[in-house]
Design a protein. Structure first.
Length: 422
């Protein structure tokens, strides 16, 4: 591969969205991307930078050089191929096995199994992808990390999940520029970057560059990749499977809610827990916390203590937060019970700078068929990926519109793993 054919410039919008989906950080930056667009999509060689906030508060900057092969017409399952080297990878494998996350063992491929671990909830379809040509191509290059998504693959020399690496006296300042501080550097110089690109194309090419391969993988299992993953997780058991079974929102549940007359009754437990269950614990703690601090402040004020105002202020703040939690819960409950089911389609997905529990939040815009204004909902990374797939293939979806505030809605299909599109 001649890197001179690549040009520096902005990463195409669809490719950028797919590339971003591989990273959880809100402040992710893609520096000096080199891009080659072609009939199958585009190849991208880029330095990725972000800032990790350590538990001690100091944090450190991280840089990786990665290759992303974007193939918009591909329909691949999500899976990772990781080298079996180092303590961290062995610990990760043990943890994944203990939690009951499915993986894939390839019979009769001892060399591949000695060098790599395949992490996937789609073992049957991935087994079809990893045919003779694919395995030989992966073994022909130095050990790489592969993260396959529905529309491409991210390839790197070091795992992008970790931040150990060469350290220097550089870091990232408030403006996102490299300044002084702690710096974990996995960046590659020009010759090494060219080598990574060449190896990525050799190793991943047989999987991502042949549309027939992904079609065979999709045809190898019943239903979609998402349905295959749900079956494997729930049937295998283990901690992950048991937790998923408790929270799984099925298409059957949603169809019942969509066609039910309002006000809806007998809301399925997983839907209720997803919609407002996260408010239960805060509502049990915040009001009590607020009343206690406000009461202590009142007692101190009677005694003329100067600390009274601090306790009263903290108590009032906790009560105000309680009010916002109650309001959020009531809105969500009203949407589920009284929301009007409106047909529509996804027209835009835009990643924000916000994360919740280290999960990037995106704004999903749904244009409705009732002639009303489009509804914008904020969703996590999994629903956002699902929304992008829907936007690309343009299938119908539906949303619950708030009868009291038409600009507000709740997109339940974003919570349904079974609704995922290949």
């Amino acid at each position: 591969m001649n890197l001179d054919e690549f040009t520096q410039g902005e990463i195409p919008k669809d490719a950028l969205a797919e590339l971003q989906s591989h990273f959880d950080e809100a402040d992710i930056r893609f520096e000096t991307p080199r891009i080659l667009e072609h009939g199958l999509g585009c190849d991208i060689l880029v330095d990725v930078e972000w800032y990790d906030h350590d538990s001690d508060g100091t944090g450190h900057a991280v840089r990786h050089t990665v290759v992303f092969l974007h193939r918009p017409e591909a329909k691949l399952p999500d899976f990772e191929i990781r080298p079996r080297k180092g303590f961290a990878e062995k610990a990760l494998g043990a943890l994944v096995s203990m939690l009951g996350v499915p993986s894939l063992e390839l019979e009769g491929e001892s060399e591949f199994s000695d060098r790599y671990t395949v992490m996937t909830t789609n073992a049957e379809s991935v087994r079809v992808l990893l045919g003779r040509e694919s395995i030989d191509s992966i073994l022909a290059v130095d050990d790489l990390y592969f993260k396959f998504s529905g529309r491409g693959v991210l390839v790197s020399r070091a795992s992008v999940d970790g931040s150990s690496g060469r350290r220097s006296s550089m870091g990232v300042g408030n403006a996102g520029k490299v300044t002084s501080g702690r710096w974990h550097d996995h960046g590659l110089e020009d010759a090494a970057a060219r080598g990574l690109l060449q190896d990525a194309l050799v190793a991943a090419g047989p999987i991502v560059d042949d549309p027939e391969v992904s079609r065979r993988a999709a045809d190898a299992v019943e239903g979609t990749y998402a349905e295959e993953a749900v079956r494997n997780l729930t049937e295998r058991g283990g901690f992950v499977g048991r937790q998923l079974a408790k929270t799984l929102i099925t298409g059957e549940m949603l169809e019942v809610l969509r066609t039910a007359s309002t006000p809806r009754t007998n809301i399925p437990g997983p839907v209720a827990r997803k919609a407002w269950g996260g408010t239960t614990l805060p509502l049990a703690i915040a009001p009590l916390f607020g009343l206690c601090f406000a009461g202590i402040g009142a007692v101190l004020a009677i005694g003329g203590q100067s600390e009274a105002l601090i306790f009263v202020a903290v108590g009032l703040l906790a009560l105000v937060i309680s009010g916002f939690i109650v309001r959020h819960r009531m809105i969500r409950k009203r949407l589920i019970v009284k929301g009007v089911a409106i047909d529509g389609r996804v027209t835009d997905v835009a990643r924000t700078d916000t994360t919740v529990n280290e999960d990037p939040i995106s704004k999903v815009t749904i244009e409705t068929r009732d002639g009303g204004e489009p509804i914008v909902v904020k969703m996590g990374s999994q629903p956002a990926t699902q929304a992008r797939r829907m936007m690309q293939s343009n299938p119908e979806t539906w949303i619950l519109r708030d009868p009291q505030e038409p600009s507000r809605g709740l997109w339940l299909e974003g919570w349904c793993l079974e609704a995922g599109i290949d």
